[in-house]
Design a protein around this ligand. Structure first.
Ligand code: AKG
Length: 299
């Protein structure tokens, strides 16, 4: 893969010009610095530390799943809320140690459905003027949260998130009416695992996914030499189409890489069954291409 760097605009507006909307539709993403303020970045970082302190080994609220040996991440140790989808998942092979909050925080791979847990996450998710303004410009409709995650790569750790299209995980009627936002909470560069995207790749349509250690696009579906890295500073963000192929490498640096990722769908974009989605997220020859339809690859 070449390491061309994508253009990132320094100033994040609270609404998009027609030129920016056209650029989003052409390349499948827009990147801006300064989406979050330094106070918001700090509050979000503290929020994630607080989630680890509050919810790990809290047997009243959370069910502990110890690590198991699996080929994918389903066996990673995790704490699953007993009354919501909130989850803290750790790196493969790591066993959390009660009370070792710093150690555990450095081994978190993913938080899911955490957006209601703290005012800062609610603000970023629902009430952020810049984020809402840009999503409105892209989706041209009212929108709802569809998925929330925070993705963490520890220094010299984590694994690649292989090439995929996020719509492959979803099940909606209209693939164009899903947008993700990926917000860096640390400076994100190639070395610590920033986003890499295939500009214009959303226009290639759904691509067949299969299961390796993760759900990923079958090799040879597109030319990875056309990919670009999208480094952003802490507080910068990438807004991207649900069919944009993207990937992040492992963290090969001394720096952490924390990011929030929220997905939105327009309110008119109905959720449908996985079976019905097979007829939406399909290859040109009509074969289902989503993660639910993905076949395991032989290891
Ligand atoms: O933040 C990352 O490392 C990868 C995020 C991503 O592509 C995803 O979860 O869909």
């Amino acid at each position: 893969m070449n390491l061309t760097l994508s253009d990132t605009q320094d100033t994040c507006p609270s609404s998009l010009s027609q030129q920016q909307v056209d650029l989003y539709h052409e390349q499948g993403y827009l990147a801006f610095e300064n989406v979050l303020s330094s106070d918001e970045i700090e509050a979000a970082r503290e929020g994630f530390s607080a989630l680890v302190r509050k919810y790990t080994f809290d047997s009243k609220q959370m069910e502990y799943h110890p690590p198991q040996t699996t080929k994918d991440h389903s066996g990673n140790a995790r704490f699953q809320s007993k009354d919501s989808d909130f989850m803290i998942q750790f790196e493969r092979g790591y066993t959390p140690i009660p009370g070792d909050y710093e150690g555990m925080e450095l081994q978190v791979r993913k938080f899911m459905w955490f957006e209601e847990s703290m005012p800062i996450f609610q603000n970023i998710c629902y009430n952020h003027p810049k984020i809402s303004g840009i999503l409105k410009g892209i989706l041209k409709d009212d929108f709802n949260l569809y998925q929330s995650m925070a993705l963490i790569k520890p220094p010299h750790g984590g694994v690649d998130k292989p090439w995929h299209q996020d719509n492959a995980y979803f099940s909606v009627e209209n693939l164009d009416q899903v947008a993700g936002i990926w917000i860096a909470l640390d400076d994100a560069a190639v070395e610590n695992g920033c986003m890499h995207v295939l500009p214009g790749g959303h226009r290639l349509g759904p691509m067949r996914h299969h299961h390796t250690t993760d759900c990923e696009i079958v090799e040879g579906k597109f030319d990875t030499s056309k990919a670009v890295a999208v480094p952003v500073k802490a507080g910068g963000a990438l807004f991207f189409h649900g069919c944009l192929p993207h990937f992040t490498p492992k963290n090969n640096s001394d720096q952490r890489r924390r990011a929030i990722q929220y997905h939105y769908r327009s309110t008119s974009n109905n959720i449908i069954s996985k079976e019905a989605f097979n007829d939406v997220f399909k290859e040109n020859d009509g074969t289902p291409a989503s993660c639910a339809a993905a076949i395991p690859k032989n290891f």
